[in-house]
Design a protein around this ligand. Structure first.
Ligand code: ADP
Ligand code: MG
Length: 288
C-alpha cells in the first residue's frame, strides 16, 4: 500500500512573468520573459545563469522590489506587494548593508526598532538571532571588527528577525574567498534546516548551487528565460563528504551542461567534453 504524499504548500507562484526596461535611447530591453515557476515550502532553490541574464531582476520581482511588465507574482496566496507589507520576505544582498556606527546587536535590532514591540521582547529576539548565526560573543563588536563572512551572518540574522517565510539571497557570498564561502554554505544550510524557511538563492557558482539546492533553475541570457530545472537529489545533511561524492560531480556536470544548453550531452557520457565545457564556460564568463 502506498501512502499518499501531500505536497508542501505553494509559497511562490510565477506566471508568465516578464520584465522590460526602457532604455535612454527610447528602445526597450527585455530582461526576463516567459517565467513560469512554482516554489513549495521548505525548498532551497538556486537561480543560476550568465551575468546579466536577469537573476537579480527575477529575485527583485519575487520580492516586490520591482514590478512586472507582464504576468504575476503570487506569494503565500497574496500579491507580492501584500507579502512585503506582511513581512513575508527576508533579503540578503552581496554587500552586507550594515551601519558602521552601530554594534552587531544594534544592527540586528534595527528593523525591530520600527515596531511597537517592547524592549525586553526585542532584546530577546536579537539574542535568539545572534545565537542562530553563532555570533553571540560578537554582539558588542562593530562591523569593521568582523570578517566578511561574519558581516554577512549579521545581515542574515537581521533578515530573519521577523521570521519571514521566504529568504531571498542575491549572491550573498560572491565577495568571499573560496574557503569562507564553503563555510558560509554549510552555515546557511544549517539555518535553513533549523528554520524550515524557503530560500531563493542567486549565484553564478555551479558548485555552490549544487551543494545548497533542492532544485537549480538554469537561465539563459537575453532575454532571461528558464531553460532547465535540475533536481539535486544529493542526500542531506550535506557536508564535506557531499563535495567529494561521485553524485555531486555528476550533478555539477549536469548543471554545467544545462548552462551551455547542451541537453543530452551528459547522457553521451563524454567526460572529456564535460571538462572542455568547463573551460569554455570559464572563458565565456559563465562561471568563476
Ligand atoms: P544578473 O543579476 O543575472 O546579472 P540583472 O537582473 O541584474 O542580471 O540584469 C538583467 C538585465 O537587465 C541586464 O542587461 C541589466 O543591464 C538590465 N537591467 C537591470 N536593471 C535595470 C534597470 N533598472 N534599468 C535598465 N536595465 C536594467
Ligand atoms: Mg545580479
Amino acid at each position: 500500500m502506498t501512502v499518499e504524499q501531500v505536497p508542501d504548500p505553494l509559497v511562490v507562484r510565477l506566471e508568465g512573468l516578464e520584465k522590460t526596461f526602457a532604455l535612454p535611447s527610447g528602445e526597450t530591453m527585455t530582461a526576463v520573459a516567459g517565467i513560469d515557476l512554482e516554489l513549495r515550502r521548505g525548498e532551497f532553490v538556486s537561480l543560476i545563469g550568465p551575468s546579466g541574464c536577469g537573476k537579480s531582476t527575477l529575485l527583485r520581482l519575487i520580492g516586490d522590489l520591482t514590478q512586472p511588465s507582464a504576468g504575476s507574482v503570487t506569494v503565500n496566496g497574496k500579491r507580492a506587494h501584500q507579502a512585503r507589507i506582511d513581512r513575508d520576505y527576508g533579503m540578503v544582498f552581496q554587500a552586507p548593508v550594515l551601519f558602521e556606527w552601530r554594534t552587531v546587536e544594534e544592527n540586528v535590532r534595527l528593523p525591530l526598532e520600527l515596531t511597537s514591540q517592547d524592549r525586553a521582547a526585542r532584546d530577546a529576539r536579537v539574542r535568539e538571532m545572534l545565537a542562530l548565526v553563532e555570533l553571540t560573543d560578537f554582539a558588542r563588536h562593530h562591523p569593521y571588527q568582523l570578517s566578511g563572512g561574519m558581516q554577512q551572518r549579521v545581515a542574515i540574522a537581521r533578515a530573519l528577525t521577523f521570521s519571514p517565510s521566504i529568504l531571498l539571497m542575491d549572491e550573498p557570498f560572491g565577495a568571499l574567498d573560496e574557503m569562507t564561502r564553503e563555510r558560509m554554505n554549510s552555515e546557511v544550510l544549517r539555518i535553513w534546516e533549523q528554520t524550515g524557511i524557503t530560500v531563493v538563492f542567486v549565484t553564478h557558482s555551479i558548485p555552490e548551487a549544487v551543494f545548497l539546492s533542492s532544485r537549480v533553475v538554469v537561465m539563459s541570457a537575453r532575454p532571461g528565460r528558464i531553460t532547465r530545472v535540475v533536481e539535486i537529489d544529493l542526500p542531506r545533511p550535506r557536508g564535506v563528504e557531499t563535495r567529494e561524492s561521485r553524485r555531486y560531480f555528476e550533478m555539477v556536470t549536469e548543471v554545467r551542461e544545462a548552462l551551455r544548453g547542451g541537453e543530452g550531452r551528459a547522457e553521451e557520457g563524454l567526460a572529456e567534453e564535460g571538462l572542455a565545457s568547463l573551460e569554455r564556460a570559464e572563458a565565456e564568463g559563465l562561471i568563476g
